[in-house]
Design a protein around this ligand. Structure first.
Ligand code: SF4
Ligand code: SF4
Length: 370
């Protein structure tokens, strides 16, 4: 490692990054693969992935002065889930990365501090900092920089750190030495993530179908969740950690159970706009907006199979202002069944004038109470 690389490495570690790698910008070898991926509509509603693909494939097309990329990995915890039966206690599940302050904010702050150190070392140099600008290509640059391998779960994996890291990149016009050794692939014959993904979103060949992934369905998708996928969501209401939790390269969670990972579903269902804003201020969970989160909460309540959930869902079918949420509440009441659920659905069929809610109400009655 030359002295400039060394200084950057030191600065990054001082700011808490545990993975640091360098690569020269070049055309990504898998550009054709991603072009096909986008052309097949795999980005779903993640329009930002399809926006300016040229820049993502090779940032030199945006700024020809750029020469190198510094890939950084910032660790996060995956605490233990409280040891309770979510179906009995009606608890949802939130992906570990979403705990606490939104990582976009604090990792960006830290990556900018590294970029400032680069500016001090080479005054006048260019440094563009990115975080989560495109989940796909960010991982490609991380692999190029040798900080990990592209696992079958499509995360960057590192033998010491597993995949619980946020990635960030600094593109610069400096000619940095590329990290010498490409990282090996240590998935071997393991297929745990593929076999245990509840929606079969992962396929052989290190491929993921985002439109099936619970992370996409609970966070990126703005409209209704496809009916056939709803039961597979279980109690995930923001993201999904399964393909990371089952990976043998990730550390087993330790310490006491963290209640924030498994919030009360009835409590969330009662949040109004103001309550949602207050509870998730500065958190990544804000991304779904209230209507998206409550849509997911409704589905999780339906998946609980617990008749007590009807006491939360039936009043929501009447008073919830968002049709998207009411539509999912109707589906869940149908799944749970019982006299109270049926009455609530019959009432909504007459009173609710939103066509999507009426459709879901009709379907729920026809499927479960015919
Ligand atoms: Fe499957 Fe969940 Fe991984 Fe998505 S995040 S690929 S749904 S296990
Ligand atoms: Fe690779 Fe197994 Fe981890 Fe999947 S679970 S990413 S196959 S090591």
């Amino acid at each position: 490692m030359n002295s400039l690389n060394h200084r950057i490495d030191e600065a990054a570690r001082r700011h808490g990054f545990v993975l640091v790698g360098f690569s020269r910008l070049r055309e990504l070898p898998r550009e054709a693969f991603y072009r096909e991926w986008l052309a097949n509509g795999r980005a779903g509603e993640m329009d930002y992935l399809a926006r300016e693909p040229e820049r993502r494939f090779d940032p030199r097309r945006l700024d020809p002065r750029l020469r190198s990329v510094i890939s950084l990995g910032y660790p996060y915890e995956s605490p233990r889930v409280p040891d309770v039966d979510w179906r009995i206690e009606l608890r949802g599940r939130i992906a570990s990365y979403a705990l606490g302050e939104d990582y976009h904010r604090y990792v960006l702050r830290k990556a900018r501090a590294v970029a400032a150190a680069l500016g001090e070392a080479r005054p006048g140099s260019l440094a563009r900092v990115y975080i989560d600008t495109g989940p796909v290509l960010e991982r490609e640059w991380a692999r190029e920089a040798g900080i990990g391998w592209f696992g079958k779960n499509t995360n960057i994996l590192n033998r010491e750190r597993g995949s619980y890291v946020f990635l960030a990149e600094i593109f610069t016009d400096l000619e940095l030495d590329a990290t010498a050794e490409p990282y090996g692939d240590y998935c071997g014959t393991c297929r745990r993530c593929l076999d245990l993904c509840p929606t079969q979103a992962l396929a052989d060949g290190y491929l993921m179908e985002p439109r099936l992934c619970i992370s996409y369905l609970t966070i990126e998708l703005r409209g209704p969740i496809p009916v056939e996928l709803r039961p597979k969501l279980g109690n995930w209401i923001f993201g999904c950690d399964i393909c990371q939790e089952v990976c043998p390269w990730n550390p087993a969670p330790n310490g006491p159970g963290n209640d924030q990972l498994a919030p009360s579903l009835p409590e969330l269902m009662k949040l109004d706009e103001e309550g949602f804003r207050r509870r998730f201020r500065g958190s990544a969970v804000k991304r779904t907006k209230r209507r998206g989160l409550l849509r997911n909460v409704a589905v999780a309540l339906g998946n609980s199979g617990n008749p007590e959930a009807v006491a939360t869902l039936a009043p929501a079918l009447e008073s919830e202002p968002e049709p998207l949420v009411r539509a999912h509440v109707a589906w869940s009441l149908g799944r749970l069944g019982g006299v109270t659920a049926r009455r609530a659905l019959e009432k909504a069929r007459i009173r609710d004038d939103d066509p999507s809610v009426r459709r879901e109400t009709d379907d729920a009655l026809a499927t479960n109470f015919a």
